[in-house]
Design a protein around this ligand. Structure first.
Ligand code: PLP
Length: 385
């Protein structure tokens, strides 16, 4: 059953709507001649997302689409109106976009450790960090799609008065929205719900969401009646950027939403099959501690303690199995971020950073492929003696 190099097992095959599924949306764009600037498809997508992320008994969510989640994070921070140099606590193990967005918003990332089982920055870690360093904002990450507990973060923000912006880039389908907390999602092609490029900012506060929208439109404020009457529209108080989502990208995301129930169920089933075979063939490889019905877009595993992930990657590569070390090395190792403050030795993030690799995970995998991947991981373990 071992895979041969002639039949490569790809790490990730993006799953976007087909031309047929897109056609009705593209026709609507043709007919409306409206291609960007908050057109009907963008508004429909935002309303759909807001409905999905609003919970009964809690304030409704407001969703602002953006051209990608990196820009969404930057705008979400700018909309908080923080003084320059504000310190954003974030996990050392995350995608470079989390720190880049904070720096582009004029803030300083402060790196902290992660939980050993879920690999996320939790409210517990944030509270501990507050005792050591000054923090003006917290940016927890839904790492690899693992949802953050928004009730706990809302309580954290309530207790401390510190705003929380969750980088939920890869967590659509798993991550709920907060009441005080803001969340930012990605629609990148690699995500479980994909619009090729795109993202959205989700907040319960309509005034805050309005600020994000203004910033995504160059900072241009919606015109008041008086301004319209006097011809003084288009006033900018705070310089923004062009962060708008096009109608074409909204079309892809809307078509992807139509098949979401099917896609998410297939991803849950694929994950379940993987977990069973991992347990059978290579139980020494640890997975992220998460709910079994989470929708996975990638599948990271940890090598047994003392075993460098890079060795496993090479072993699998020689056998035609593609892997990727997502978010490795941790951010403080990158020259761009190495001068940023840290809250301590970051032991867990460093260990996870050395032991983490992601194995092939996508909807084109066969049972035999998963069997091969897990069996090969087991063979690597056996080769250690
Ligand atoms: C944690 C995290 N933050 C931000 C991003 C950036 O998202 P986008 O590609 O939409 O800018 C990603 C993308 O993978 C991510 O994983």
């Amino acid at each position: 059953m071992a895979s041969s190099p002639s039949r490569r097992i790809a790490l990730l095959v993006p799953e976007l709507p087909t031309a047929e599924e897109l056609a009705p949306y593209l026709r609507r764009i043709d007919e409306a001649h409206w291609y960007t600037n908050f057109g009907p498809l963008v508004r429909e997508l935002e309303a759909d997302m807001a409905r999905r992320l609003s919970e009964p008994g809690l304030p409704s969510q407001h969703v602002v689409s953006v051209s990608n989640a990196t820009l969404g994070l930057e705008l979400a921070l700018l909309a908080l109106k923080l003084p320059p140099g504000s310190r954003v606590l974030m996990p050392a193990l995350t995608f470079v976009a989390s720190a880049a967005a904070a720096m582009r918003a004029g803030c300083v990332p402060v790196f902290c450790d992660i939980e050993p089982d879920t690999w996320i920055l939790s409210p517990r870690i944030a509270r501990e960090a507050l005792r050591k360093v000054r923090v003006d904002v917290v940016m927890p990450v839904s790492t690899y799609g693992c949802p953050q507990d928004m009730k706990e973060w809302d309580a954290f923000s309530d207790d401390t008065g510190i705003p929380v912006v969750v980088d939920a880039a890869g967590a659509f389908g798993n991550q709920s929205a907060g009441v005080r907390c803001v969340s930012v999602f990605s629609l990148h092609a690699t995500k479980a719900l994909a619009g090729a490029e795109g993202g959205f900012v989700c907040a319960a506060d309509p005034i805050y969401a309005g600020r994000v929208r203004v910033l995504s439109n160059f900072g241009i404020e919606p015109a008041t009646d008086t301004q319209r009457a006097t011809g003084t529209t288009g006033v900018v108080h705070s310089a923004g950027t062009n962060g708008k989502l096009s109608e074409y990208h909204a079309a892809i995301a809307l078509a992807a939403l139509e098949r979401w129930e099917r896609t998410s169920t297939r991803r849950i089933d694929l994950h379940r099959a993987y977990i069973e075979l991992l347990a059978e063939h290579c139980p020494q490889f640890q997975t992220q501690s998460r709910a079994p019905n989470d929708v996975y877009s990638i599948l990271p595993v940890l090598t047994p303690a003392g075993c460098a992930a890079i060795e496993v990657c090479r072993f699998l590569e020689r056998r035609g199995i593609e892997t990727r070390r997502w978010y490795c090395p941790p951010l403080p190792v990158h020259p761009a971020f190495s001068a940023m403050p840290v809250t301590g030795p970051l032991d867990v993030a460093r260990q996870v950073g050395e032991r983490l690799l992601a194995v092939p995970f996508h909807l084109h995998l066969t049972y035999d492929d998963i069997f091969s991947v897990t069996k090969t991981l087991g063979q690597f373990r056996d080769s250690l003696g």
